[in-house]
Design a protein around this ligand. Sequence first.
Ligand code: GLN
Length: 228
Amino acid sequence: QTLTQIKQRGKLIVGTEPTFPPFEFVDEKNQVVGFDIDIAMELAKRLGVKLEIVSLPFDSLIPALQQGKIDLAIAGMTITKERAKVVDFSKPYFEANQAIVVRKDSKFEPKKLEDLVGQKVAVQLGTTGDLVVSDITGINVVRFQKFTDAFLELQNGRVDAVVLDEAPAKAYVKKFSKFSISSIVDTGETYGIAVKKGNKELLNFVNQTLDIMKGSGQYNKLLQKWFE
Ligand code: GLN
């Protein structure tokens, strides 16, 4: 979709997976909100169009982009070499590492990924958390489409840990006092906004908007709004 086509259509269609607070999650009013959503709103505003948020499983976002069902994927998505073969990424807009979350009462305190060998570990299907635990032989990986379901399994004792990005891990631990972060795994990831491969016009627009938001202080205001 060219910018002209998006303007003619009157809406920017953004795909996300809303169990990833504070980037995207469903609030009390049943609205998808968060840091990424505010960026999406700014992009739509600058195009003079409405914003349509489409909630999809995380591993469906790239196929949806490829099929032209969504214009952008804004989903705390890590820029990886594999993904960059099939979609184009904006400049990095956030830094991330993985976190291991356990139940406080479990006495299980893994300090590194290898400590998860022999344990049941929940992840979100197709995420970098899924990749890092699946890389280690001997971890019993249980994959969910929603982090909310992964944490339900942890709460019920059906898994021993959840591995996910640090910022959402902190958000879940803050919300549910039963959980704690037993360690941070330094993966040095950065998030990017994904567009369909080859859509330079839209990609340039996204990059320019990110630059403007950073330069004007609006980006920092969003950090304060969602991360304190
Ligand atoms: N940053 C992780 C990834 O890209 C997780 C993203 C997510 O679950 N929304 O795989």
